[in-house]
Write a protein that binds this ligand. Structure first.
Ligand code: HEM
Ligand SMILES: *[C@@H]1O[C@H](CO)[C@@H](O)[C@H](O)[C@H]1NC(C)=O
Ligand SMILES: *[C@@H]1O[C@H](CO)[C@@H](O)[C@H](O)[C@H]1NC(C)=O
Ligand SMILES: *[C@@H]1O[C@H](CO)[C@@H](O)[C@H](O)[C@H]1NC(C)=O
Ligand SMILES: *[C@@H]1O[C@H](CO)[C@@H](O)[C@H](O)[C@H]1NC(C)=O
Ligand SMILES: *[C@@H]1O[C@H](CO)[C@@H](O)[C@H](O)[C@H]1NC(C)=O
Ligand SMILES: *[C@@H]1O[C@H](CO)[C@@H](O)[C@H](O)[C@H]1NC(C)=O
Length: 325
């Protein structure tokens, strides 16, 4: 019957709108298809070119993307430089070893030549993080929806309350992720980002030398691994030495973080904390399978890339990622 089929159509539309599909404000696949068709390819090519000479770049951009999304949403605010009157996100304490800003800026300059004022810095960072990690596989490891716009605010004071600390316990980590609309499952899966990159000694050496203030070692840390870490980090005061988070595999994006985590070889207390909750421990066990890790990581990254995005006509498309227009 005509009326009932129209009703069904209307009901479907209402349902779609309710989940955000028909709102102008959501991200979509290949947002620049018409406005700048080569955008995603330009970003991929430039990112891959940089990775061939800088093997540390995937870790840098992946972490930058995480910090970006957890502070004010994925709105490019981490890329903004401080000014005389404002200390920006990138100049906060937890920025330790963040880098790769120059690469994002270079890609932006190239895009501004081809399609001025079209591609946001927030989308460039989301895509470049994905592409840098994907270089090893020569194919995209997760889907990145686009259409983010750039925010106009970046405050140093917003970093500390939003970026989880390597000293946080499970309860607190879970709260930080839940406040971003992410789940315990996302927390465990995304911690797998620590399969690449390095950590500074002072962020975990308390576990080696003075865990409870009695000159002791963290009993939850694998003793042989603690011995190895002590050979790298010689004292509590070492703030400069860095150690691979996934020993001997820190340039390789793989399931190995979960393999070593399950052997009590997570580097930070925040890594070890994932084993202190039964549900999280079960997830960490499941992720030791490569295919499972890749599938889950792809889904959680998509969710992380959606946090607090600025869309439609809000915000701006920055001309330079480091400077508000
Ligand atoms: C669960 C809460 C998290 C905490 C407490 C945490 C903490 C840290 C810390 C302290 C470092 C070392 C920084 C340094 O010493 O230079 C680090 C590095 C890193 N993190 Fe996380 N992180 C978390 C989640 C994530 C997530 C969700 C991702 C991405 C999906 C990620 C990706 C990375 C990467 C790739 C590095 C290596 C950076 C490099 O090599 O320069 N982390 N993280
Ligand atoms: C990207 O690189 C591929 C392979 O080198 C090349 O064929 C293609 O033309 C490049 N695309 C752009 C937009 O530069
Ligand atoms: C991190 O912040 C400090 C100031 O707290 C600043 O000197 C340093 O340049 C910042 N690092 C990066 C990578 O922006
Ligand atoms: C986790 O840390 C918070 C803040 O330091 C503390 O209040 C809480 O008691 C801790 N929870 C557990 C289970 O240790
Ligand atoms: C270990 O921690 C305790 C309590 O915080 C402190 O009094 C002591 O000086 C620390 N030891 C070292 C070697 O830093
Ligand atoms: C990493 O490789 C070195 C050299 O082959 C080896 O001595 C060390 O035990 C390895 N570390 C781990 C944690 O597997
Ligand atoms: C942002 O600051 C960095 C470090 O001071 C500088 O190299 C870069 O050129 C600045 N970016 C812009 C867009 O001015």
């Amino acid at each position: 019957m005509k009326i009932s089929s129209e009703f069904v159509l209307l009901a479907c539309l209402v349902a779609f709108c309710a989940v955000g599909v028909c709102q102008g404000g959501s991200l979509r696949k290949n947002f620049y298809r018409e406005s700048c068709p080569a955008a995603e390819e330009i970003i991929r090519n430039a990112t891959w070119k940089h990775v061939t000479t800088n093997h540390l770049l995937p870790a840098k951009l992946l972490r930058m993307h995480f910090h970006e999304c957890f502070v004010r949403g994925c709105d490019g605010s981490i890329l903004i430089n401080s000014t005389a009157s404002n200390t920006a996100e990138k100049d906060s304490i937890p920025n330790l070893s963040l880098s790769g800003f120059d690469v994002v800026e270079e890609i932006k300059a190239e895009l501004e030549k081809k399609c001025p004022g079209i591609v946001s810095c927030a989308d460039i960072l989301s895509l470049a993080a994905r592409d840098s990690v994907s270089f090893q596989f020569q194919k995209p490891m997760w889907e990145v929806l686009t259409g983010r716009r750039d925010g106009r605010v970046s405050l140093e004071s917003e970093v500390f309350p939003n970026i989880p600390s390597p000293f946080h316990n499970f309860t607190v980590l879970m709260q930080f992720f839940q406040r971003k609309g992410l789940t315990v499952h996302d927390l465990v899966v995304l911690s797998g980002g620590h399969t690449i990159g390095i950590g500074h000694c002072n962020l975990f050496s308390n576990r080696l030398y003075n865990f409870t203030g009695k000159g002791d070692q963290d009993p939850s840390l694998n003793p042989a691994y603690a011995q190895f870490l002590k050979s790298k980090c010689r004292s509590l005061t070492d703030t400069t030495t860095t150690v691979e988070m996934d020993p001997n595999s820190s340039l390789n994006f793989d399931k190995n973080y979960f393999v070593i985590l399950n052997q009590n070889m997570g580097m930070f207390q925040s890594d070890a904390a994932l084993l202190t909750n039964k549900g999280a421990r079960t997830i960490a066990m499941e992720l030791t399978t490569q295919a499972k890790f890749f599938t889950e990581f792809a889904q959680s990254m998509k969710r992380m890339g959606n946090i607090g995005v600025v869309t439609g006509s809000s915000g701006e498309i920055r001309k330079k990622c480091g400077i508000i227009n």
